[in-house]
Ligand binder design. Sequence first.
Ligand code: NAD
Ligand code: DAU
Length: 349
Amino acid sequence: MKKILITGGAGFIGSHVVRRFVKKYPDYHIVNLDNLTYAGNLANLKDIENEPNYEFVKADITDGELMNTLFKKFQFDGVIHLAAESHVDRSISNPMEFIHTNIIGTVNLLNAARLIWENFEGKRFYQISTDEVYGSLGATGFFYEHTAYDPRSPYSASKASADHLVGAYYHTFGLPSVISNCSNNYGSFQFPEKLIPLVINNIKYSKQIPVYGKGENIRDWLFVEDHAAAIDLIFHKGITGETYNIGGHNEWKNIDLIKLLCKIMDRKLERTAGTSEKLISFVKDRAGHDLRYAIDSHKIQNALGWKPSLKFEEGLEKTVEWYLTHEAWMNDVTTGDYQKYYDKQYGKR
Ligand code: NAD
Ligand code: DAU
């Protein structure tokens, strides 16, 4: 039996990765380590919580001693590290939390692995990272695995720093690691501070849709289950010391994506065509807002045979349907501190 540590498994992407591994690998013991911040939610894993090969541990990766103790106790064979502060806007209002969790937290895990793994045979430390470490593109071009890091927000700088530390532990100590850098994910269980679930929820309640700047920024969207499939492949077949870019070859200007969502929502909610678009409200731009991200994912496609499974329109339709049919989940995550966050970020609208 393999013991696999997945950090941040109660979050958006982590919950999809945990579910995939628990279901697909009954002979693995999957330990989901998460300290359940505002973004972590055990309801995301309700369907697999009683599986015999699944275990949840509530713990904070910024506690180095605790990480050493847990590594000693469980004797993990592999680590898939997703735990992070993940929202760019929050990193602008509170950078220190990102420094602690994303940098110190990652180093604590690297130190624990280095300390406890007596030899590195058969071991793997997999760092889940983002395309935002590469900075911002102009109208053309792509991010490649060899593109130099040029992070521009406290979030992306903290992720870049963590990636460099993973690379440093590989080169200096031989700690067997692999890194992937993925583009924007969408799908079920995403916290509605992120664009797509926020827009769906606002339209549902006829609240204004906040579009930063002119809505001309471009993101490359990927269905979250396709990201989980890529993570599975890289964890098992990726080459130690290498980096893999993951993306959907699916660029959308924010305003075009929002208009598409408006159309889908009008149809699903049986509202007159054009109703939702009237909610669009152009607001103050995000500070340092990166213009465009676009991933070249030929390496993972050619080397590991991965490709996105869903067309975007199909995935978006599925996603809208999921949020509309999971009202209790949405109500649950938008009570408490969410409203406070929302009012601070957008003002009362
Ligand atoms: P998320 O915010 O939904 O989930 C993060 C999880 O980490 C939560 O469950 C949270 O409770 C946990 N966590 C935070 N701080 C912790 C700590 N100190 N100790 C233990 N657990 C902690 O994030 P997400 O969108 O699922 O992203 C997961 C990872 O994937 C992150 O590393 C992110 O940088 C990366 N990533 C995200 C995207 C995206 O589009 N969302 C794209 C590429 C890469
Ligand atoms: O590219 C990968 C990254 O994608 C991940 O590393 C991050 O963890 C993840 O949060 C995401 O970052 P973005 O900043 O691109 O995602 P977000 O959903 O916050 O914003 C998407 C775009 O929409 C961005 O250009 C900002 C814009 N936006 C966002 C919000 C929340 C708006 O116009 N209005 C909004 O209210």
